[in-house]
Design a protein around this ligand. Sequence first.
Ligand SMILES: Cc1cc2nc3c(=O)[nH]c(=O)nc-3n(C[C@H](O)[C@H](O)[C@H](O)COP(=O)(O)O)c2cc1C
Length: 327
Amino acid sequence: MPLAPLHHDPLSRFRARLSLPLIAAPMFLVSGVELVVAACRNGVIGAFPTVNCRTPEQLDAWLGEIETRLHRREDAEGKPAAPVCPNLIVHRSNTRLDNDLAVLLRYKPELVITSVGSPAPVLGPLHDAGALVFADVASIRHAERALEAGADGLVLLSAGAGGQTGWLNPFAFVRAVRAFFDGPLVLAGGISDGHALRAAQALSCDLAYMGTRFIATRESMADERYKAMLVQSSADDILLTSAFTGLQTNMLKPSIVAAGLDPDNLPAHGAIEIGRDIDVENRQKRWRDIWSAGHATSGVTDVLPVDELIARTLAEYRTSQSRDFRA
Ligand SMILES: Cc1cc2nc3c(=O)[nH]c(=O)nc-3n(C[C@H](O)[C@H](O)[C@H](O)COP(=O)(O)O)c2cc1C
């Protein structure tokens, strides 16, 4: 595919509202109203999977509450909040997709991220409502296909990411996609501080995800034992396995042990799956006690309020900038 010239900067519509080129990544059972509001108030795009709401009605209530709280209080500098970014699971097993989409369209989100499948079915209505749509992809082939379908940007899931992960090396992945796409790229996987965030920019990414690092924040919905386990664990404690979800997923080994399973002798491919569909009750059973995290676990050293984490990340980002080599 030829390199498409970038005639305009799609991010210009909200760039001035960002304190960092960062998205608090969407995480099942982790990202809720508190995390999203705190991220957006502090100039970081706040993402959440719509399936974290039990019903489309609850999604309506969440979006209403987020909107009210973000409009009621601007951040300390008087800057309007960063965008709220709902995440749609577009896999065919998500029987709620159409209903969730209908709710999103009423709220006119600025940015939507699609995962686990082609964005094609939701692109038309979301574009008509004025949203930018980024698709998450884990291979060069899928990147090409998402762009052919009309995605405005891509989230590149690289090796070591929390949740259902990618496998490509981030250096190779970003540069390979940049060879044919000049639009917004978001790097996902292993980023836990401002130094790594700068590295993503140096690679030519416009934005980056931090997922695992945001689990250990006061505002995340994660169980306190999950947050404590992240603080105590390192990248060596992450196991890449498809035993739980059927897809390659990075999991916290100590949580597998605590559930009475042997991480070295897990059954193959999805065997421990309790339900194949995206039904929240079923998925909750297998995500509630066995926890996912990525290589960024080594960067989780404490549980912080979101505003402090973002302030620290910004300080690291500036330190990293000051170390730039100047000939
Ligand atoms: C517990 C957990 C749940 C996740 N759930 C989702 C999800 O529902 N939708 C999605 O697009 N990505 C999901 N992800 C992936 C994250 O959005 C993101 O790609 C990943 O965390 C980035 O890597 P990092 O954890 O190394 O920062 C999840 C990740 C984790 C750790």
